[in-house]
Each structure stands twice: as C-alpha cells, then as structure tokens.
Write a protein that binds this ligand. Structure first.
Ligand SMILES: [Zn+2]
Length: 452
C-alpha cells in the first residue's frame, strides 16, 4: 500500500477503522478473530508508517507454527553438522548487519533436491540441497541469504497478509500437504506431486523482489563480501530461468525473476558498491563446507530426474532413477521417501512399505515419513499400525488438522466408532470443506452425534 503524506496523517489522527474499505474491514475481523492485533507500524527498513495488521510477535508465532511443516515437507534439515553450522555462521554474521537484528533468525539447509531458498516472517530461512549445489562461492550464498533477510526485514510476508488473504492460503496450504496421500479423498495420483510444492510460502511482488535484492546486496557488503556474489547469484538464476530448469519452478513462482534483476545487480556492484569489489568471494571455503552435499551430487541429480518423471506419471522410469540415486547415496532420507511415494503411486504397497521403513530408520526425528507410512497402511487396510503412524506424526509435528482426521479414519477402520467420533468432531471444528470434512460430517450424522 502506498500512502500519500496526507493519508498517513489521517491514519495517525483517526482510528484505523475509518480509513478501511469493506474488504479490508472484513479481513481485519478475520485476522482479529485469529488473535492478530491491528494498527499502524513503522517499517523497519523505510522508516515509513505502514498499514500493518501483523505484529512482530505474530510474525514469530506464525513462523514457529508453519515453518516446521514446510521444513518437514522439504525432508527436514540436512543431517550434516558442518554444513548446518556453516550456514548458521554465514547467516548470523549478516543478520547482525540488518535492520532487525533482534529477530530470532535461523539458517537451515534442507534435504529437498529442487532449487529454492525461502524465508518465514519470524526469521526462519532455508536453502535446499538443490540450490546449494548451484552456487559457486560463499559470496553467492551470502547474496542468497541476504535476499531472504531482505524479505524478513522489509516485512513482506506481514505486508502481504495485511493486504490479502494469505492467512487462508496458509491454512489451505496445510491441507494441501496433508491431503496428498489420500486413497479415497481426492486421488493420490493427481496430488502426490504437490508435496513440498511450497503452498505455505508467500508469493512476492516484483517490487518486493527489487527491495529484497537491494537489501541483500547491502547486507552482504556490510558483512564483508564482494558484491560480485550478487551478480553471480543473479547470473545463475537468469540462466536457470532462460533454460526453464523445472527443478527451479517453485523458486520462480515465489520469487519473480527477470533479466532486470541481473542488470540491476551488475550496475549496483560496479556503482554504489564498487569499493567493495575487491572483497573476498571465498570459493575454497564454500567448497570445503558444502563437500557433504557435493559428494552426493550425482544422486541428487538422479532424484531431480526422478521427480520430473513422477510429474509425467512415468513411475517405472522414476523408480529406477530413485533406486540408482540410492545406490550412490544409501540411506538418503529424501531418496527413500521419494522412492516410497513412487511405489505407492504404482500401488506396490509392499515395496512402498519397505522403503518407508528404511526412511524412518534413516532419519527417525523427521515426521513426513510417518505420514506417508500411515497412508501406505491405510491402502493395505492395516488400520492399527496406520493409527500408530499418524499418532507419531502428530507428536513430532503437531497442528496438522488432517492428521486428526486420519487418526479418526484409522479408528473407524477398526470399527471403533465411539473413539473415532471425537477426532472427526475436532477436525470439523478446524476444516469445514473438502471430501474429508464431508466424510467426517456424514459419519457423525450416521452415528447420531449430529442431529438431522
Ligand atoms: Zn525473493
């Protein structure tokens, strides 16, 4: 929202309500009902007053609730202490130079193989193995992290939420992640590819991107890197965008890309930040600290090919890519989950079950495998272990309403209707639409819990 000086005065003088149109008012009510405070805030980057419905505490609360779901759908944090500490130290050194150094930042490498990086509004920033493989040096990594820090500092997600319907998009996003393996509700085949599709991530405007680039280069130079890192990053993204690299689709969906961003980086690096051009890029240090990911580089490329084949429903070919990937990187959690998903799609439940057990053992702290495992059990009509899987998922990653539904569904499968009813009831209090809601409602009616 861009306000004129007199608009800003009005906001200062009057209550917010008098300035809102009907849609904004309805939205405000929706947010307030969810526990958000309304009002005006000073943007930490521009220093200007902006219409803001989301407080800093809300940003952190949302981050804590939604980021674990996204991290899990990206196969969790890479089990590589050196890499994790490295990202954390590069990120922290830059966070100290930002406009909101007080935010509880964390910088995480995630196991996903597609090319992406993202930020949640409270300061959780993640980079996939796919993008880490595409970078050449630490300055490019700093540029990438700087850009994401830019989104957090300019409060872009909070801004989008204050203007639009991101809350409902986010709640729907949990649904998308939750619903994918369903046998009876919505079709497994069409939706399995949706997992990790980033439904929980904000889509930024081109202006947001320009501002994040601007802030990113500022932060990285302040942290002592050469601005050439931003040029290198933009060059890499530009060539991916031009060659329509499908593993980077989500990146470009959530971060609009144009040649303009590359040109701006070249201009800014040689203009405003020319003096910093002789600062280091740290190529060696980057290669050393990302050696663990590089070691399984060919396995990751095979998984990317497998994903593309899955999207084309060529499951036999996809399965063989995942199997080849796992020969190169045995016990790779993402590889095992993908293989199991593929086998589930082929209705080979026995194989899918075996693969998902290996995945659970490879990364016991991670939740997603339990979800998939629960669905495989439902397909085998093995309702007792299905309940146990959904229950474990719920303990590891609470707050997903669909898990509540499937716990009820697993109990119904065991003809324990009395115990299933409270789960269906609880689910309906959160979700009122879709096939699962219809199922829960119908059963509660049949069982006499809802009067006709
Ligand atoms: Zn962006």
């Amino acid at each position: 929202m861009s306000l004129t000086a007199s608009d800003k005065d009005l906001i200062m003088k009057n209550s917010v309500g008098s300035l809102m149109n009907r849609r904004e008012f309805i939205h405000l009510c929706a947010l307030s009902a969810a526990g958000f405070a309304a009002g005006c805030a000073t943007n930490p980057v521009t220093g200007e007053s902006q219409f803001m419905l989301v407080s800093e505490a809300d940003e952190i609360k949302m981050d804590r609730f939604y980021s674990p779901q996204q991290l899990s759908s990206d196969f969790g944090v890479v089990q590589d202490k050196q890499l994790e500490q490295y990202l954390q130290s590069v990120g922290k050194s830059m966070a100290a130079k930002t406009h909101r150094p007080q935010m509880p930042y964390r910088f995480l490498p995630v196991n996903a193989t597609y090319v992406n990086a993202y930020a949640f509004p409270g300061g959780t920033i993640a980079c996939t193995r796919g993008i880490l493989l595409s970078l050449e040096n630490e300055a490019e990594l700093a540029a990438l992290i700087g850009h994401e820090l830019g989104h957090v500092n300019a409060r872009h997600t909070a801004e989008i939420m204050s203007k639009s319907q991101l809350t409902s998009a986010i709640v729907g996003g949990v649904a998308v992640i939750a619903g994918v393996y369903d046998k009876n509700y919505g079709g497994v085949a069409a939706q399995i590819g949706m997992l990790g599709s980033g439904a929980l991530l904000a889509s930024y405007s081109r202006d947001n991107e320009r501002q994040a680039d601007d802030l990113g280069i500022e932060y990285m130079v302040k942290a002592g890197y050469s601005p050439e890192g931003m040029v290198g990053l933009m060059d890499m993204l530009k060539s991916m965008s031009n060659h329509k690299v499908s593993t980077a689709d989500l990146l470009f969906a959530t971060h609009p890309m144009s040649n303009e961003r590359y040109k701006t980086a070249v201009k800014t690096a040689s203009g405003k930040y020319n003096a910093a051009k002789s600062n280091p890029l740290h190529h060696e240090r980057y290669m050393d600290n990302t050696a663990g990911v590089r070691k399984v580089k060919n396995a990751i490329f095979l998984m990317q090919q497998g994903d593309a084949l899955m999207a084309q429903k060529k499951y036999t070919d996809a399965e063989s890519r995942f199997n080849r990937a796992l020969k190169l990187a045995p016990n790779d959690y993402a590889g095992l989950v993908k293989l199991s998903q593929c086998q589930l799609m082929m209705k080979n439940y026995k194989k899918a079950d075996r693969s998902i057990l290996l995945a659970k053992n490879a990364y016991p702290q991670e939740a997603q495998a339990y979800y998939l495992s629960g669905f495989i059990k439902l397909n085998r009509e093995d309702y007792v272990p299905a309940f146990s899987d959904f229950n474990t998922y719920d303990k590891k990653l609470p707050g997903n309403p669909y898990v509540i539904f499937y716990k009820g569904y697993s109990l119904e499968g065991q003809r324990r209707n009395k115990e299933a009813a409270p789960y269906y009831n609880k689910f309906l209090q959160i979700v009122q639409q879709g096939k699962q809601a219809e199922h829960a409602y119908t059963r509660l009616k049949e069982w006499g819990y809802i009067k006709k």
